[in-house]
Design a protein around this ligand. Sequence first.
Ligand code: GLC
Length: 477
Amino acid sequence: MKKILFTASECTPFVKTGGLADVIGSLPQALIEAKLAEVRVILPLYDEIPAQWKEKMEKVATFDVKVGWRDQQATLYTLKHEGIVFYFLANTLYFTRKGIYGYYDDGERFVFFSQAIIDAFPYLDYTPDVLHAHDWQTGLAVAFAKVAPPTPNLRTVFTIHNIKYQGMMPHQAFDDLFQLPLEHFAGFEWNGMINCMKAGLFHADKITTVSPSYAEEIKDPYYSEGLHTILHQRANDLSGVINGINTNDYHPSKDPHIAVNYSHSRVKKKDNKEVLQKEFGLPVNRDVPMYVAISRLVEQKGFHLLERILDEFLQEDVQAIVLGTGEHEFEQSFSHLAHRHSDKMVTLLKFDEGLARQLYASADFFIMPSMFEPCGLSQLIALQYKTVPIVRETGGLKDTVKPFNEITGEGNGFSFSNYNAHDLLSVMKYSLNVYHNSDAWPRLLKNVNKSQFGWKESAKAYADIYDSFVDAGNNEE
Ligand code: GLC
């Protein structure tokens, strides 16, 4: 079995701002349980990580890490959680702060982290065959491992979860923060800046992203955020592997956050709807179709489309709930809409995991019209809670939601292709027709009930990538 060291900037249950944390918190377990790989995970030790975890950590070593001319200290801790060995790298200057991102020196913080990972190798009590790094914060770890390998046969995989965030710094950072000869500059530079994601893409042995469609899309300037040229150069080593969700945790039959547990029962789903309607003062009506959006309220998630059409859609006999926080513009417009249609719509400007799950359990439809979506986990959670997704055909949404076709009876949701508000409106109106069509609706639900998004197949796809290194004769155990 290959030994894999995962690294990322967030991971459930320790620290989370987005879907990346869910993936890092569930894929290693899937690989281990299926006996496909021996995975350990290395993370920054942020102040944010709750004391309940810190108390259980054991100190392994303290060592020096060079960040350009600076000598910084890293302390390596370890913790075993649900059978997985986690490592944490601590440094007071870089990680003892509120929150995890958004500082002027984020670049330098992750230069330190990436270098510290490499320097930690002698202190890990195993020798990884593969370093598997995720997103820009750890792109430099892949680059440093290539330029000065900590062990002779180490291979690297770099996974893009969102190409929009690249970790850019002025080009002077090369001299100021790295310890590398100038000949390596080109591997780190992009459009006159140091770019951590580009460095990962340039140096990794294999590149993956979180859905096959996104793997294609990011070769196109419309989606590439400027990185299409390097992705074309690396196209032979680039593939898309769809994310799974932890179906043990997200399971309506045992989720402690929801009012009435169920497996397939629409009756019990309506019990949940009723609880929700009472809680938020909506007219109690088990049969009115309920549409929900649960998300950060940001442009990426397609809220410009939704805000434009809700007023018209709410003329129909429907209910809608929006849950999330984000950009001021959206918080305002969705609050305003809820105010105008107080008998049909509620906007909840907060993030609350328990409430989110009660919404997934209660709703009939889940709306996710993203502008772009590398994978998307919420549509998978919706399907898992037997809620019909309405999505834009992009990235992982396109790969996991197939549009319902009344003639063939295929499809597990609704979708539209152009980023256009009226296309969203017409597909939402169509979903309403299907809901009221006693022949079509049960057929759609049957397909929803059959949709499965565990990690099984994707874990195998990652293991195949790790094993391809062995097959190339580069790293026999
Ligand atoms: C990012 C992407 C999202 C993906 C997640 C996990 O948050 O925006 O689409 O599901 O990473 O890979």
